[in-house]
Design a protein around this ligand. Structure first.
Ligand code: KG4
Ligand code: ZN
Length: 338
């Protein structure tokens, strides 16, 4: 479907986004309005605040995306919208707006699974062919997907508790580092000694590709409390060493589980997506695993690894190409496994 041009709409978490994408992989516009400042004082995303902000900003984002692309609705071939999984208030805002635009313009409507959006991104950014192995690692997700077609996903395993990004954020909080925690922990880790404190490698003793990260966070909490009690305070070097140990543990777990996923369902390409894929230490570890397995490694640019609407427009184009059309009964789904 190379000639198709789609509008994409995303509002399932804390980013309000709209994009215009062509089937040949050209991103004509990609607008992302974050909400970090709105949630900053609450230690996490507050669903009610998120829903209200989406409702306020969605049509502006759509207008801006169309203006940047230099197109009117008449020039489009369809509208793709995230229909789940996610915070229901936000998903509803997006789905309602998309239905309104579809009804008013007569354009076809395609409901997209947010995870499919992430999982299909390497095809948009790097033209990757099916099949490939995708490791999705963000603040909300952590799973291995073998991707064989736009609607052919096999889940090989994932976290049984926290997502790695969530763990990075919580560790940052425990150590008094700013949010989002990932970049702060990575910066501190670069100055630290990963060998000083031994941390567990959860679930490596169990077969399969499932992972667990909440125990690591607890181990960091205990380590911090021990140090504080012994020396009445945490020195900067302690903090950096803890960050390095934590990051190394996460990297080891993800690398070994990726090795197993590639062995279970071999693929010529290993791709990553999600905010945690920004981590250089992690990227290096995963790249090494890919090389070992004779696979190439693809990491889309960060702005397309994190939540955005270009991936939704793209997934919509792929789904449209296989015949998917949704009606005014398209439902917003808080849960929607691939
Ligand atoms: O994909 P994303 O933008 O949002 C969702 O979770 O949907 O991912 C955000 C997560 C945050 O938890 C953040 O701390 C983490 O990605 N992150 C990182 C890094 N940059 C962002 N984690 C580790 N290292 C980084 N450099
Ligand atoms: Zn996401």
């Amino acid at each position: 479907p190379l000639h198709l041009t789609f509008l994409g709409i995303e509002s399932s978490c804390d980013d309000t986004a709209a994009a215009v994408v062509r089937g040949d992989g050209t991103i004509l516009a990609s607008v992302v309005a974050g909400q970090t400042a709105l949630h900053e004082n609450f230690g996490g995303v507050v669903p009610e605040i998120a829903a209200r902000a989406h409702a306020e900003k969605l049509d502006l984002c759509v207008e801006e995306a169309l203006a940047t692309a230099g197109l009117t609705l008449a020039a489009l071939d369809g509208i793709a919208v995230t229909a789940g999984p996610g915070l229901i208030g936000g998903v509803l805002s997006g789905v309602m707006l998309a239905k309104g635009i579809a009804a008013g313009s007569g354009l076809p409507l395609v409901g997209v699974n947010h995870l499919a959006g992430h999982a299909l991104t390497p095809r948009l950014t790097d033209g990757v062919s099916y099949p490939y192995l995708m490791l999705l690692v963000s603040g909300g997700h952590c799973q291995f997907l073998h991707v064989a077609g736009p609607d052919r996903f096999t889940r090989l395993g994932g976290t049984i508790d926290d997502a790695p990004g969530e763990a990075f954020d919580k560790v940052a909080k425990l150590l008094g580092l700013p949010q989002p925690g990932g970049p702060a922990v990575e910066a501190a880790a670069a100055r630290g000694d990963a060998k000083r404190f031994p941390l567990p490698r959860p679930l490596l003793d169990k077969p399969g590709c499932d992972m667990s990260f909440s125990g690591l966070k607890t181990a960091v909490l205990r380590l911090r409390d021990d140090l504080v009690a012994r020396q009445s305070g945490l020195h900067e070097q302690d903090r950096d060493d803890i960050c390095a140990a934590f990051q190394a543990a996460v990297a080891d777990v993800l690398a070994e589980k990726t090795r197993r996923a590639l062995a279970a369902m071999p693929a010529p390409v290993l791709a990553v997506a999600g905010g945690v894929a920004a981590n250089q230490r992690l990227r290096a570890a995963l790249q090494a695993v890919a090389e070992e397995a004779g696979a190439s490694f693809v990491a889309p640019p960060l702005r397309l690894c994190t939540d955005n609407a270009a991936m939704i427009a793209w997934a919509g184009i792929e789904a449209f190409g296989t015949g998917q059309r949704d009606g005014m009964d398209l439902a917003a789904r808080p849960r929607w496994p691939l």
